[in-house]
Design a protein around this ligand. Structure first.
Ligand code: AMP
Length: 413
């Protein structure tokens, strides 16, 4: 199938051609016709599949007829809600590219940065708004954002949005838009809570599923090192010195862990930067740019900070800490070996992470190759270290939004 078959008009086709896309990806081929028919859709697809264009192109196509409205008479007709700031910026850049030859105006708003310039842009009138939930509601409360004319609402990375505690915000945003709007829900995975949300707000949605192009990719070499927790940093340094070269993302579970590893690697002369939820937007963007431009070749990240970000051409992913949610492993390693290239995912597993590895292997239906020949082997009989605690449940359960973030509660991601 070609983009022409999808009935996109010339200015959009021209921008797509200039972006270097020859043909639509699978998710685009399946999704675009439904969006143009104004149907609600649930799309299960990961970053890297071309999912952004799958909603951006038909939205631009549908709004094309409004493009010549006088600037200050423009109303927000499409609203894209994104859980993270980086992802919002990335979606914005995609819209800019595809709308080059139209008069449609796109804006992006997100927290963690000055609100005034965002107000100025909104006051000038935009057709398409990309936003993170908190800042959107804030600006709506101040009467700067009017959602009365939204025809298409996109919820991107819905699973992450819910993981981050945005459920009430998302529901509120949905209610602030018109009843008749079309909703497009994109999610890497569709866990029960996403399904529940979809059931409450979508109308007879079409379902589209695009198999993850990650864990199943034969181009990703996946290896496992059993190592005592206390030796992980040494093993990481050993691997960076001897085995792993090129452009690398290292995942850690907490921002504390990210900072600690960054300091050690810097001390050892590596070119490294990091992203996590406690860094300002500017610092995070700067780190990403440095990594993308090759100024540093190692990026250390928490999952939440890195999700959805399109970083191509990775040579390796290191799972310094293993994720407790097996799907997260799939997201992480999917960042290497994109577009037919090869890459390696290295996982460091300590005694207390053995259950995680079991669950991961079950999910991906693959036994990872264990590398035994390394200087810090784990005694196979080693037992996990148990930390005693009186607490029941996680104190972070409520996610980053609402009361916690208002009180500037520290985030762990
Ligand atoms: P996404 O899944 O939206 O993050 O897109 C992943 C990458 O694929 C981005 O760098 C896009 O620019 C690129 N892309 C999107 N659609 C196509 C296409 N039809 N052909 C080639 N590349 C594409």
């Amino acid at each position: 199938m070609s983009f022409k078959d999808l009935q996109l008009n010339k200015p959009i086709l021209r921008a797509i051609a200039e972006a270097g896309y020859d043909n639509p990806t699978l998710v685009q081929e399946k999704t675009i016709p439904f969006v143009l028919e104004k149907k609600d859709v649930i799309v299960s697809a990961q970053t890297g599949t071309g999912k952004t264009a799958a909603f951006a192109l038909p939205i631009l196509q549908s709004l094309f007829d409004y493009q010549d409205a006088p600037k200050n008479g423009k109303k927000i007709k499409a609203l894209i809600v994104s859980p993270t700031r980086e992802l919002a910026v990335q979606i914005f850049e995609n819209f800019k590219t595809y709308s080059t030859y139209t008069n449609l105006r796109t804006a992006v708003i997100f927290g963690g940065t000055s609100i005034e310039p965002q107000k100025d842009i909104l006051n000038k009138g935009v057709d398409i708004l990309i936003a993170t939930p908190g800042r959107l509601l804030d600006l709506h409360k101040q009467d700067i954002v009017n959602l009365d004319y939204v025809e298409t609402l996109v919820l991107d990375e819905a699973d992450l949005m819910l993981d981050m505690g945005f459920i009430d915000d998302v529901k509120k945003i949905e209610r602030l838009c018109t009843k008749e709007k079309q909703i497009l829900l994109f999610s890497a995975t569709i866990p029960y809570k996403v399904e529940q949300l979809a059931n409450t707000i979508l109308k007879a949605p079409e379902r589209i599923e695009v198999a993850p192009n990650s864990s199943t990719s034969r181009n990703i070499n996946q290896v496992l090192y059993y190592v005592p927790k206390r030796n992980k940093i040494e093993l990481c340094l050993h691997l960076l010195r001897n085995t792993i070269k090129g452009s690398i993302i290292i995942f850690r579970r907490t921002k504390f862990g990210v900072d600690k590893l960054e300091k050690t690697l810097l001390k050892n002369g590596y070119k490294v930067d990091s992203i996590h939820g406690d860094k300002t937007q500017n610092l995070r963007q700067e780190a990403l740019n440095k990594f993308k431009n090759g100024y540093v070749n190692i990026l250390i990240a928490t999952d939440v900070a890195a999700r959805g970000i399109d970083i191509n051409e990775l040579d390796a992913v290191i799972n310094f800490d293993l994720p407790n949610i097996p799907e997260t492993y799939v997201h992480r390693i999917g960042r290497t070996a994109r577009a037919g290239k090869s890459g390696t995912a290295y996982s460091l597993c300590s005694a207390d992470e053995k259950t995680y590895i079991k669950n991961i292997q079950q999910l991906i239906q693959l036994q990872l190759d264990v590398v035994e020949d390394h200087p810090y082997p784990l005694d196979p009989k080693a037992k996990p270290i148990v930390h005693k605690s009186n607490k029941t449940g996680s104190k972070h359960k409520k996610g980053r939004k609402s009361e916690a973030s208002k009180k500037k509660k520290k985030r762990w991601y």
